[in-house]
Design a protein around this ligand. Structure first.
Ligand code: FNR
Length: 190
């Protein structure tokens, strides 16, 4: 069986983003059933007039990637107890056309990381609300939420063993989920 193609949308624009570094570290040790492409949330600001006329080429390109992906992983920082504006903007572009967007029925899951002592769980909760709004197929549990992220990443792109174990458990579950959703859809189509 070919690997499941996963589009990883990272909700930070920073060159040295912790979330991007964490996503890269985890993609590098992910189960063989999954293959990742990571993108940043750098689309122009959503405008419904532009959507109605002609969406920008980079939006069309990301929609094409999201549609083709077998699953989507959203990796989010937490900004003021929510997701950063650029990530919300990217998700809003990908939520169109309504009811038949690239997210419709798509297996999805999320991670979040913060350098602070708490958990980015409120940002993850907002991502989950988005998944429901667009009728995606969210993995029910777990979602990796990493606090004090600077302590779990090393300079060589590695991640500490405990976080690696938790991430791997989530990604194994996600691979199973992608296969289960595909089987369900096939059964419903009969
Ligand atoms: C933050 N940060 C932050 N952290 C957190 O744990 N909870 C929060 O509510 C916030 N709020 C917040 C608002 C704004 C405007 C900024 C700029 C930052 C800190 C944040 O976690 C930190 O900047 C991370 O480094 C952002 O993630 P990346 O860009 O490193 O992936």
């Amino acid at each position: 069986m070919r690997p499941h193609e996963i589009l990883g949308i990272v909700g930070s624009l920073r060159t040295e983003s912790w979330n991007h570094r964490l996503a890269e570290a985890i993609a590098a040790i992910a189960p063989e059933r999954l293959r990742f492409e990571l993108v940043r949330s750098d689309l122009p600001v959503y405008d419904d007039d532009v959507e109605a006329a002609q969406p920008p080429a980079e939006v069309e390109e990301l929609r094409r990637k999201a549609t083709a992906a077998d699953g989507i992983l959203v990796v989010t920082p937490e900004y003021n107890y929510g997701i950063p504006g650029p990530l919300k903007n990217t998700l809003d572009w990908l939520s169109r056309p309504a009811f038949r967007s690239p997210f419709r029925d798509k297996p999805v899951t999320s991670f979040g990381a913060t350098p602070g002592p708490g958990s980015p769980s409120r940002a993850i909760a907002q991502v989950n609300a988005f998944f429901i709004a667009v009728a995606a197929a969210p993995l029910p549990w777990p979602a990796l939420a990493v606090g004090r992220v600077a302590d779990v990443l090393d300079d060589d792109g590695g991640v500490d063993a405990k976080v690696a174990r938790r991430a791997t458990a989530q990604l194994e579950a996600f691979a199973d989920w992608i296969e289960a959703v595909a089987a369900y859809r096939e059964a419903r189509a009969r």
